[in-house]
Design a protein around this ligand. Structure first.
Ligand code: SAM
Length: 266
């Protein structure tokens, strides 16, 4: 039972509620919303972030999957101030939220760790609509997000998020900052979309396919993982050694591979 709340934390929904007031304040200050901004919180839970966020904006949207928590939030906060969307953030269309001209879409959340990787991939699709995103995640996921080529943390998540966002590691959070405490350490990151002009892949779906194929077997040579996709002549034209492995290749080289592919006759 989360202390004094009468709610039993549900493991299947990744429920670890933030209880460290200092940290909660630091997160809200990092988000720094303007009153008119369109802020949406993923997984508001018992409202640890919801309440202080609501104090800073005219209106807040939340997406929560747990029906009991949805009912609690609707009882506690007036509907004119808080829109509670009951549902799965993995399929939520964040770009569909009503937004006044000039207001910024900001996404925030202490994310359920059991779905954080697929959720980050889903959220990456909204890079063109959001101003920024701030998330509490398992520290190990944050390490993957900011990893350098050649490290064991460097992977598909690093490349796909790094292509769309500038990522900053802002804060660390020990297990005691939550109730119940998770078994892992956590961290808060900020993701700011890169300007479209900096996203150089001619065909972004093709880029995503190349990255997925290469990291499908991250320790195998690119010549093998990209067999039938990029020819030896293609590697030679780009000056990329086909005996390298996915985990060694910088983001810019994935873009070059995808653009070479896009330029080939069908
Ligand atoms: N924001 C609260 C806090 O910081 O105390 C709760 C964070 S808790 C780590 C994750 C929250 O996400 C829970 O409220 C959980 O019910 C909710 N959740 C889990 N899976 C979800 C999903 N697929 N879509 C929306 N919310 C989800």
């Amino acid at each position: 039972m989360s202390a004094g709340t009468g709610h039993r934390a549900r493991k299947r929904f990744g429920q670890n509620f933030l209880v460290d007031r200092g940290l909660i304040g630091d997160i809200v200050n990092a988000v720094a919303p303007r009153r008119e901004d369109c802020v949406v919180e993923i997984g508001p839970g018992l409202g640890a972030l919801t309440e202080p966020l609501l104090a800073r904006v005219d209106h807040l949207h939340v997406v929560e999957i747990d029906r009991d928590l949805v009912a609690r939030l609707r009882r506690r906060f007036p509907a004119e101030r808080l829109t509670v969307n009951e549902g799965d953030a993995l399929s939520f269309d964040f770009a569909s939220l009503p937004r006044a001209a000039g207001s910024h879409l900001k996404i925030v959340g202490n994310l359920p760790y059991n779905i954080s990787t697929p959720l980050l991939f889903h959220l990456a699709d909204f890079a063109d609509s959001v101003r920024d995103m701030h998330f509490m995640l398992q520290r190990e996921v944050v390490e993957r997000m900011v990893a350098e080529p050649g490290s064991s943390d460097y992977g598909r998540l690093t490349v796909m998020l790094g292509y769309r966002f500038v990522i900053d590691w802002l804060l660390d959070a020990p297990p005691e900052a939550f109730d119940p405490p998770p078994k892992v350490h956590s961290a808060v990151v900020r993701l700011i979309p890169r300007p479209v002009a900096d996203r150089q892949a001619v065909d972004e779906a093709l880029f995503a396919r190349v990255v997925a194929a290469a990291f499908g077997q991250r320790r195998k040579m690119l010549r093998n993982t990209l067999k039938g996709i990029v020819s030896d002549a293609g590697f030679a034209a780009l000056g990329i050694d086909p005996t390298r492995r996915a985990e060694e290749l910088p983001l810019a080289d994935y873009v070059r591979l995808a653009n070479w592919l896009a330029a080939q006759p069908p």
